[in-house]
Write a protein that binds this ligand. Structure first.
Ligand code: NAD
Length: 249
């Protein structure tokens, strides 16, 4: 990527989002990290700035339209128009379907699906105006092959994949590409929490079922994301780019 583009990464304070913030900022792009974890945001942003990154860190809950719009207004004031959005913020939790409350269902959809809607819609006017944009959503392998005890999560991430493909068709005319990366097992605090709670086996055990016998890293996802957001990827849109060690093909 040669041009310096303003990048927004939601859920940027941890795991995959943090890996994406690091890679884009190492490549000289101004990056806005959005997250709900204020302390982690400030700690990670300070570490990146110490390495020379042009980073702003903003508290924003992606399920709140108001907070997303306020954060984006702050990004525009500090860094300029937004060219790249990585809609990554999300969470997962194991809950058997019959025990799943409406509230748990709603919250999962609000963060993982509605959060992507708000995060993307608030940035697209900038991309349309400048006739260039890149949008990457982080969905999940759970939407591709199902996930017992995670019907809400799989449904939300399936919605993210549908959103990605619909927008790819609608926005192509404006020079905007929209793709999704559906990870399977990535070694992040989210995955470690699930294993520690006994919701999934230890990562090392799951890794035995992955052809490339290890969990993914945030850097694995960030590398693919960076390519999708580059000028070199201008003919790739509407795709599910599997970065999963071959566990699902
Ligand atoms: N780690 C995996 O194995 C895996 C697999 C498939 C999909 N994913 C997806 O990848 C994305 C990143 O997950 P991760 O593993 O890096 O998790 P993580 O918990 O390490 O990081 C997620 C970040 O999102 C933030 N976040 C959560 N809810 C938010 C909200 N409402 N508003 C703003 N920020 C919010 C969290 O505070 C956290 O910093 C998620 O969408 C997740 O569903 C992860």
């Amino acid at each position: 990527m040669n041009a310096k583009r303003v990048v927004v990464v939601t859920g940027g304070a941890s795991g995959i989002g943090l890996g994406i913030c690091k890679l884009f900022s190492e490549n000289g792009h101004p990056v806005a990290m959005l997250d709900v974890q204020v302390q982690a945001l400030e700690r990670e942003a300070a570490a990146l700035r110490a390495g020379g990154a042009n980073i702003i860190a903003l508290k924003a809950d992606v399920s709140s339209r108001k907070e997303v719009e306020e954060a984006y207004a702050a990004v525009r004031r500090s860094l300029g128009p937004i060219s790249i959005v990585v809609a990554n913020a999300g969470y997962s939790r194991a809950e058997a379907f019959l025990a799943m409350s409406q509230q748990a269902w709603q919250q999962m959809i609000d963060v993982n699906l509605n959060g992507a809607f708000h995060s993307i819609q608030a940035a697209v006017p900038d991309m349309v105006e400048h006739k260039w944009g890149r949008i990457v959503t982080i969905s999940s392998n759970a939407a591709q092959w199902g996930a017992a005890d995670r019907a809400h999560y799989a449904a939300a991430k399936g919605g993210v994949i549908g959103l990605t493909k619909a927008l790819a068709r609608e926005l192509a005319v404006h020079g905007i590409t929209v793709n999704t990366i559906p990870p399977s097992l990535v070694d992040t605090p989210l995955a470690r929490r699930g294993a520690a709670a006994g919701e999934v086996p230890p990562l090392e055990v799951i890794a035995q079922h992955i052809p490339i016998a290890r969990p993914g890293t945030p850097e694995d996802i960030a590398n693919a994301c960076e390519f999708l957001c580059s000028d070199k990827a201008s003919y790739i849109t509407g795709q599910e780019i599997n970065v999963n060690g071959g566990i699902y093909m």
